[in-house]
Design a protein around this ligand. Structure first.
Ligand code: XIL
Length: 434
């Protein structure tokens, strides 16, 4: 078991790495009277627990059921529920908009119940929506989502506690309008995490604690969180989250994690958290992909690297754009990119040509075949939306386009990709777990 042997000597923290640094950060919390005291326990005690429970970190390659049924056997019944079809392997999730949660979209919720067993808020659990004004929390939509998940027998995933986007400006501002002091921002983060996670303690399976902390080269992104709290801000966030709901799974989530440099950055970050005695249950690979990127090999390499940390891998935010990427835009999901519409980059307003539709089906099939191959390491695959009409890809990175990134049409008709995935799961032959 080598997972915990090295204490992130190559880590991100400029001011030193590992438990000592975490303790320094927590000293400030102690002074402010809000220290997550249990993380002050001996790091080695926590290490022992994590290491023992994570077991062998070797990814279970070749776990795929070959599906080579003997000639005379009847074809397996593909069924009509993605959640059931994939239940032997991993949770299958979707993200719901505020409108969908409120039941304002005809037909969507029954479809969601039929096909998905894990729900994430596309927006309503982000800081901007939960605490738009300091100290004034609005849990109405988040509570409604929890009620829906309970009613549908689905798990609920929290997204997200610390992000540089969709966080109100006041969070980073001091009383004089300048940047908030470290103590003030720490107090706000503490209050937000304790209030939000405390409310849903025992009800939310896991939280994206930190979202998108990395640059494309794997270094730490320059954000107000990092500038004000310091390079160890993610250690603080995980420590606070672990205290607020010790039973919740805690995740690191980011886009473009298939890129080798960013993959290495995420591994460093996770190892550093582990070295500080913090539990990282999962690494979320946002799957904002296209028809021709990333290469499956790169996704596979990242799944293996992440599984080797002992964390589960989650494919979060899966969608596959069929549209050309504007030259000015990076691939990925940096939501700050907002380009004006150019008609030539919006070719399918009148419908998706058959060959592109076929390519989309094949792409979903190939990705899920890979996910099945690594099902022992993958705990969840979440689509970033239910149907194409809702997909954020219509507005990102260029506004006002018509994209076809999800599994259901704008009128909620299942696409051929749904049939292909049901078939793939059936051929994989696992026992139904639901
Ligand atoms: C997106 C939502 O889908 C949009 O509705 C919103 O306007 C912007 O955010 N990475 C994430 C998600 O972690 O929260 C983002 O969701 C997409 C990129």
């Amino acid at each position: 078991m080598t997972v915990f042997k090295r204490a992130a000597a190559d880590g991100h923290c400029r001011v030193g790495a590992g438990p000592r640094n975490l303790l320094l950060g927590l000293a400030a919390l102690l002074l402010s009277g809000c220290a997550p005291d249990h993380v002050l326990r001996s790091a080695s005690e926590v290490h022992a627990g994590s290491a023992a429970s994570s077991g062998s970190a070797a990814p279970a390659a070749n776990a795929v059921r070959s599906g080579k049924a003997a000639g005379a056997e009847p074809a397996p019944d593909p069924g009509n529920s993605l959640r059931q079809a994939f239940a032997p392997y991993f949770l299958l999730g979707t993200a719901l908009s505020a409108q969908q949660i409120a039941g304002q979209e005809r037909g969507t919720l029954p479809l969601v119940q039929q096909h998905f067993n894990s729900l994430t808020a596309e927006n309503v659990m982000k800081w901007q929506l939960l605490q738009p004004v300091e100290g004034q929390f609005d849990f109405s939509a988040a509570d409604a989502l929890l009620a829906l998940a309970e009613q549908q027998g689905s798990v609920l995933i929290g997204h997200t506690l610390l992000w540089h986007e969709q966080t109100p400006a006041w969070v980073f501002q001091g009383p004089d309008g300048g940047p908030a002091s470290r103590e003030l921002l720490l107090a706000r983060l503490t209050s937000h995490i304790q209030t939000v996670m405390g409310r849903y303690r025992g009800k939310i399976k896991g939280w994206d604690v930190v979202n998108e902390a990395l640059n494309e080269d794997g270094s730490l992104r320059d954000t107000p969180w990092r500038r004000i709290l310091g390079d160890d801000f993610y250690l603080t966030a995980f420590a606070l989250a672990q205290q607020a709901d010790p039973a919740a799974e805690l995740y690191y989530n980011d886009f473009n994690l298939f890129k080798p440099a960013k993959r290495q950055g995420a591994v460093r970050l996770v190892r550093q958290l582990q070295a500080a005695g913090l539990k990282v249950a999962g690494i979320g690979m946002q799957g904002h992909y296209g028809l021709d990127f990333p290469a499956l090999q790169e996704v596979e390499d990242s799944i293996r690297a992440f599984a080797a940390t002992g964390a589960q891998v989650m494919i979060t935010e899966l969608d596959i754009t069929v549209l050309p990427n504007p030259e000015q835009a990076q691939i990925g999901a940096d939501v700050s990119q907002k380009l004006a519409l150019q008609a030539r980059l919006n070719p399918y307003t009148a419908g998706l040509p058959a060959d592109v539709s076929q390519a989309l089906t094949e792409r979903y099939h190939a990705l899920f075949r890979l996910f099945l191959q690594y099902e022992a390491s993958i705990s969840r695959v979440t689509l970033w939306g239910v149907h194409d009409g809702q997909s954020w890809r219509n507005g990102f990175p260029m506004q006002g386009r018509t994209d076809y990134a999800l599994l259901f049409d704008r009128d909620l008709t299942p696409k051929p990709a749904v049939t292909a995935l049901l078939q793939l799961a059936a051929e994989s032959g696992g026992e139904r777990r639901e």
